[in-house]
Design a protein around this ligand. Structure first.
Ligand SMILES: C[S@@+](CC[C@H](N)C(=O)[O-])C[C@H]1O[C@@H](n2cnc3c(N)ncnc32)[C@H](O)[C@@H]1O
Length: 250
């Protein structure tokens, strides 16, 4: 209860701050000269394309940076596809699509109807964080495709619409090099960890969002079981969503 009140106060403070502070307060600009300005000059471009106020991805510029840096690491895999489990309106998918290797595809897995009732039932047993079936249902496949490809050809984008892991059927032979798990809930996270890890290329990376955030109870519970089986260790990242990373040994 106390945590919930603290969370609400934080939200009110942020909303009030957004009304009066200029946009530049929303991006951690100190990153500009050190990394983004030199290594990733397109960061500045992206801050213009994406909307500071409504787009949490660009506002959490550490997250942007982490995705870019990890994607650079998996170039060395030479082959393997990219995947995102939990695409919603396509914000992180757009970033991945824009920066992935030329010879690869991005597979986006989402119900495009929000959380499924089956996953929500599991969540209520594994976590005290309250969620509802249909949360994140404010999306539709066609506009997400347009958003992700941003006018480019959609040949390299594969939309896997529906309930995961059902939508993974038929993809058992696909090799992966970079996977973004951003589905919030324990059940699809667990299924995703097992499915993608199996065919992750040596040197390939799985980035798990919300590992230390509001959904951490469910996600870490799933990870514990996966870790006991595989020996994988999750390394924390310093973004706003409390992400963590695992990598397949070479
Ligand atoms: C936090 S949102 C993803 C945010 C997105 N990556 C972004 O950049 O804004 C979580 C998404 O996971 C999807 N999801 C959760 N469980 C799923 C499942 N079992 N199968 C498919 N999609 C699922 C939801 O529909 C929702 O769109």
């Amino acid at each position: 209860m106390f945590e919930r009140i603290q969370f609400m106060i934080k939200k009110i403070r942020l909303t009030l701050a957004e009304m009066v502070l200029p946009d530049r307060f929303y991006v951690q600009e100190k990153l500009f000269p050190m990394y983004c300005g030199k290594i990733y000059p397109d960061f500045v471009g992206d801050t213009r394309i994406f909307n500071y106020r409504s787009d949490k991805i660009i506002r959490d510029s550490n997250r942007w940076l982490i995705i870019r840096m990890l994607m650079d690491r998996v170039v060395a895999c030479n082959s393997g596809e990219y995947a995102e489990l939990g695409t919603h309106q396509g914000r992180t998918a757009r970033l991945i699509f824009k920066n992935m290797s030329d010879n690869a595809k991005l597979y986006c897995f989402d119900t495009f109807r929000g959380f499924d009732a089956k996953d929500v039932a599991v969540e209520s047993l594994r976590s005290s964080f309250k969620v509802k079936a249909g949360d994140y249902g404010n999306t539709d496949e066609a506009s997400v495709v347009r958003y992700i490809t941003a006018g480019d050809s959609r040949d390299r984008l594969v939309i896997c619409k529906g309930f995961f892991p059902d939508t993974a059927k038929g993809l058992e032979a696909v090799k992966w090099r970079f996977v973004h798990l951003d589905c919030d809930l324990a059940a699809p996270t667990e299924a995703g960890l097992h499915f993608f890890w199996k065919n992750l290329q040596p040197g390939g990376i799985i980035l798990i969002h919300d590992f230390f955030g509001g959904f951490s109870e469910g996600i870490q519970g799933s990870f514990k079981e996966f870790s006991a089986e595989t020996g994988c260790v999750a390394v924390p990242m310093c973004d706003g969503g409390g992400s963590a990373v695992i990598r397949k040994p070479w």
